[in-house]
Design a binder for this molecule. Structure first.
Ligand code: SF4
Length: 165
C-alpha cells in the first residue's frame, strides 16, 4: 500500500438548483458577517468529534455553522459565496489527514483559513473507527472539551494556520 498520494483532482458532475433552507441560512450569515465554521463529519469517531465540536464553536459569536459539502460541491450556492467572501474561516478536521481542509484551501485564500486538527486536542480513540463504538454521552463530553480548547485558542488569537494541541 502506498503511504502517500501526490496532488490529485476529481471530476464532479455539475448540478442545477439550490437548497432553499441552505440559501436562507447562508444569505443571513453573509448579512450578519458571521465567520463560517466547517468540519469533516464522521462517521468515524474522529470525524464525529470534529462535527460536534464545530456545532458548539458555531453557537458562539461571531461564528455560524457552515456546510462543507455544499461549499465544495455546489459552487453557485450562497453557502459557497459566504465562504469565498468571508474574511476568516474556521475549519475543524478530525485527524491529521485533514480531508476537508485540503479541499477548502483550493477554494479560498489559504491565509484566511484557521485550520484545526481536533485529534491532538483529545488524543483518544486511535483504535476505534465507527462512532457508535463510543457511547453518545462520552462523544458529546469529549467534543465539548475540544470545543472549549478551540474557543480558548480563537479567543487568545492563537491562530497559526494549522493549530494543534
Ligand atoms: S480528516 Fe480524518 S476524521 Fe476527518 S474525514 Fe479525514 S480521515 Fe476522517
Amino acid at each position: 500500500m502506498n503511504k502517500s498520494t501526490p496532488n490529485f483532482s476529481l471530476e464532479v458532475e455539475g448540478v442545477k438548483g439550490s437548497c432553499p433552507a441552505g440559501e436562507k441560512w447562508a444569505k443571513q450569515n453573509i448579512l450578519d458577517k458571521k465567520i463560517p465554521v466547517l468540519s469533516c463529519e464522521g462517521p468515524c469517531i474522529r470525524g464525529d468529534i470534529a462535527r460536534l465540536a464545530a456545532n458548539t464553536v458555531a453557537k458562539e459569536e461571531p461564528y455560524a455553522r457552515c456546510c462543507y459539502a455544499e461549499v465544495s460541491l455546489v459552487p453557485h450556492s450562497s453557502m459557497a459565496q459566504w465562504v469565498r467572501e468571508a474574511d476568516k474561516i474556521i475549519m475543524i478536521d478530525g485527524c491529521f489527514l485533514k480531508c476537508v481542509g485540503r479541499i477548502l484551501k483550493n477554494l479560498v485564500d489559504e491565509g484566511k483559513i484557521v485550520h484545526i486538527d481536533a485529534l491532538p486536542l483529545h488524543k483518544k480513540y486511535s483504535d476505534i473507527f465507527i462512532m457508535d463504538d463510543v457511547p453518545e454521552t462520552e462523544r458529546k463530553e469529549v467534543a465539548s472539551q475540544v470545543a472549549d480548547k478551540i474557543l480558548n485558542m480563537l479567543n487568545e488569537r492563537k491562530e497559526p494556520r494549522i493549530m494543534e494541541g
